[in-house]
Design a binder for this molecule. Structure first.
Ligand SMILES: Nc1nc2c(c(=O)[nH]1)N[C@H]1C(S)=C(S)[C@@H](COP(=O)(O)O)O[C@H]1N2
Ligand SMILES: [Mo]
Length: 334
């Protein structure tokens, strides 16, 4: 997904390396201290990526009050908390998977204002406490699939977006919902420096069709693993759309705007031939630079048994969401 250099085979294995100690990585790669100074070209990228980060500890947020509706529970093996909160994409804090956990502590998430406006009868602003008090919170165990072909199973906590949208009363002109991440270059090194932020245009923006936004699976997420979201996962509020690639799940949202026209979205602006507006998980539509047929599931296993499994259409949620796309060519509208 990184724009500055090509996605290489080294990247594909880099993620398993992330969960090892540096010493084990070098051993696994057969690199001795003597050869370290001149790593083989094929390994240079991985070493660069690994950059001496060891796995960061999971920070803990405030415990939340929530229920566990049976409908959203699951027998799927969950990705452990330290991986969910230690292996992240949040380019505002750097491109490496360990960067968000290491750097996102600088983000001030309280006080917070989330504005809901645009084509609505009753615009609304929620403050930090409203986010966890205004709507009953539910735990929902969702599959999560990054466009980079890794996946997790995560116990998110939050509320369905449709409850918030009902409150603001969309007008008949509302066709899309646009989301925006906070713009705070003083707190987000990637917004200040093009190199750190991967050359993306900030603030990060995302969007959904109104019917996708109203779907019962679509949630505004305020917690994970029983506690308030840590900043690296998008505190204090982020979007979760489990049938779409992870980049649709915009973090640290400050505005939700209902619009007539389809809003611009960050990765689509950056590379329109690689990242579409829809971004529905689909094993049959490959990324131009890699296959989407399978994915590496990040579970509790050790580094050597990161499991490869088939990618599921709509990430396993086809029964619930396929009807949204009747008549749409999923290859053309990727
Ligand atoms: N603002 C913002 N939101 C973002 C991103 C980002 O870089 N900036 N990365 C996206 C991508 S590519 C993924 S896979 C998910 C990762 O969420 P997680 O780190 O909580 O697993 O966040 C998404 N939301
Ligand atoms: Mo992603």
């Amino acid at each position: 997904m990184k724009k500055l250099r090509r996605f290489t085979e080294a990247d594909v294995t880099a993620e398993s390396a992330f969960f090892m100690q540096r010493r084990q990585v070098l051993q696994a790669l057969g690199i001795s201290a003597a050869t370290l100074s001149v790593p083989a070209m094929a390994r240079a990228d991985l070493l660069d990526w690994f950059k001496g980060h060891d796995r960061p500890p999971a920070p803990s947020g405030k415990p939340l009050d929530f229920t566990r509706p049976a409908e959203w529970q699951s027998q799927l093996a969950q990705t452990p908390e330290d991986k969910v909160t230690g292996y992240n994409n949040f380019y505002e804090f750097g491109l490496d998977k360990a960067d968000p956990a290491a750097n996102a502590g600088s983000l001030k998430t309280d006080p917070w204002m989330l504005k809901i406006d645009g084509e609505v009868a009753k615009p609304l602003t929620l403050d930090h406490d409203d986010l966890t008090k205004r709507f009953p919170l539910e735990e929902r165990i969702y599959r999560m699939r990054c466009v980079e072909a890794w996946s997790m199973v995560v116990p998110w906590i939050g509320f369905p977006l449709h409850k918030l949208l009902a409150l603001v009363e969309p007008t008949s002109n509302a066709k899309y919902v646009a989301f925006k991440t906070i713009y705070a270059p003083e707190q987000m090194p990637g917004q200040k420096d093009r190199f750190i932020g991967g050359g993306l245009k900030y603030p990060y923006v995302e969007g959904l069709r109104l019917d996708e936004a109203m779907h019962p699976l679509t949630m505004l997420t305020t917690g994970v693993y029983g506690k308030a979201l840590p900043p690296q996962n998008g505190a204090p509020v982020r979007l979760t759309v489990p049938w779409k690639y992870g980049f649709k799940g915009i973090k640290s949202i400050v505005s939700i705007t209902l619009t007539r026209e389809r809003p611009p979205t960050t990765w689509n602006l950056s590379a329109p031939d690689e990242y579409g507006f829809y971004a529905n998980v689909n094993p049959h539509v490959d990324h131009p630079r890699w296959s989407q047929a399978t994915e590496r599931f990040i579970g509790s296993g050790g580094v050597l048994d990161v499991k490869r499994q088939p990618t599921l259409l709509f990430n396993g949620y086809a029964d619930q969401v396929a009807s949204l796309y009747k008549g749409l060519d999923l290859r053309e509208s990727f």
